[in-house]
Structures are given as structure tokens and as C-alpha cells.
Design a protein around this ligand. Structure first.
Ligand code: HEM
Length: 182
């Protein structure tokens, strides 16, 4: 997993729970990297799992809820780090439609060792999109948060529902409908 995901995760923890919590969860997670990340480095996904577990224990929030909150945070971080990747989009549905064939393709060029999910589009209209998230990492609640924040980025809101096609969350169908005018 790319370092930018780790650095932004720890940034979110600092913003929402304070620097002491950052130190505490790094210590509790007992990480090979000692919690020292650079945004362009690549680290074992298990370190993210360990950090999420220790944050979950400390805050009594579920890992799923933490991932969802992190998705909201991460959309802004990725947009700030790589404005050129999202600036050509004029609508949230258009952006979501392009993750697989454009956005993450570009990301893979920026970070050749990035491990990205797959989004298969099932259906799209001007105000809705259905797609299947596929990833061995099962970060579908992160995807949920990213999708919602994408609408906020365009000053609109959405209703996002999802259905686990595989129990472990490695295949999840999303139905996304834009609210109001947009
Ligand atoms: C990773 C979804 C937009 C860059 C991921 C992951 C998800 C995801 C769920 C975690 C990996 C996994 O699940 O296997 C989405 C969604 C987006 C979006 C739903 C739009 C709403 C973007 C944009 C950028 C970006 C705009 C960059 C400008 C990345 C990077 C990673 C990533 C760098 C980390 C890869 C790694 O850890 O190796 N994306 N993404 N994504 N995405 Fe996206």
C-alpha cells in the first residue's frame, strides 16, 4: 500500500483524535516501519490493518466506520496531492465512471507499484451509477467514503447503497444516485 495512504491516515487520526493517539496506536500496532512513512514509499498492507485495529480498540469505533470516515478524508487529500488528475471532471458521476479507465490508470503511472481496486460499471445515467468494487483488500467502506466525498467536491450529495457479493467484502456492488439538481 502506498505511503500517501498511511501519511494521510495518520494525519486524519491527528486531526480527529490528537497527536497522542497517533503515538499510542503506532506503539500498540508494533509495526516493522515503526510508523515512519513517506508518501512515495510502499508499505505492507498489514501495517494498515494493524493501525486500524489499534485505532478501533482505542476509540471503540468499528474498523468499518473508521475506513468510511477515512474515505471522506482521503478524497480531499488525493485531490490536493494530484489536482491534475481530477480537474478535468465536471460531474461526480463522470468522475466515478472514469476511475477504472482513467484515474487509477494515471495513478498507476505515478506510482507503478500501487495496488488498486477494480471498478466494473454495470449501469450509468446522468444522475446514477452502479458499479462493482473488486479488491483482495476488501476496503469497500473506504470506497463508500470516497464516493460520497466525490459528490461533496462538486457541491452536491448522493445516496449510496451497497451489497456484499462476497461475504469478505472483496466484491461489493454499489448503487449511487445523485440528490437534487447537482
Ligand atoms: C487506492 C477508490 C479516486 C489514487 C484506492 C482504494 C480504493 C480507491 C477503494 C484502496 C485500495 C483497494 O481498495 O484495493 C477510489 C474511488 C475514487 C478514487 C472510489 C473516486 C471517488 C482516486 C483519485 C486518486 C486516487 C482521484 C488520485 C488522484 C489512489 C491511490 C491509491 C488508491 C494513490 C493507493 C494505492 C496503493 O495503496 O497502492 N482507491 N479512488 N484514487 N487510489 Fe483511488
Amino acid at each position: 500500500m502506498k505511503g500517501i495512504v498511511f501519511t494521510e491516515f495518520l494525519e486524519m487520526v491527528e486531526d480527529q483524535f490528537g497527536l497522542e493517539t497517533v503515538d499510542d496506536i503506532i506503539e500498540a500496532a508494533d509495526l516493522p516501519s515503526d510508523g515512519i512513512y513517506t508518501s512515495v514509499g510502499t508499505y505492507d498492507f498489514n501495517e494498515m490493518v494493524a493501525l486500524l485495529q489499534s485505532l478501533s480498540q482505542k476509540t471503540n469505533m468499528s474498523i468499518d466506520d473508521l475506513l468510511y470516515a477515512f474515505g471522506h478524508y482521503l478524497f480531499g487529500s488525493l485531490g490536493k496531492a494530484h489536482p491534475e488528475v481530477i480537474k478535468s471532471y465536471t460531474s461526480p458521476i463522470g468522475l466515478l465512471y472514469s476511475i477504472e479507465d482513467h484515474i487509477h490508470v494515471h495513478v498507476q503511472k505515478l506510482y507503478p507499484d500501487a495496488e488498486l481496486p477494480t471498478f466494473n460499471i454495470l449501469d450509468k445515467t446522468d444522475t446514477s451509477i452502479s458499479m462493482v468494487y473488486v479488491s483482495s483488500r476488501g476496503l469497500y467502506r473506504l470506497a463508500h467514503g470516497l464516493i460520497e466525498k466525490c459528490f461533496e467536491h462538486f457541491n452536491t450529495t448522493s445516496k449510496v447503497t451497497y451489497e456484499l457479493l462476497k461475504e469478505d467484502g472483496t466484491e461489493v456492488k454499489f448503487d449511487v444516485v445523485q440528490d437534487g439538481q447537482g
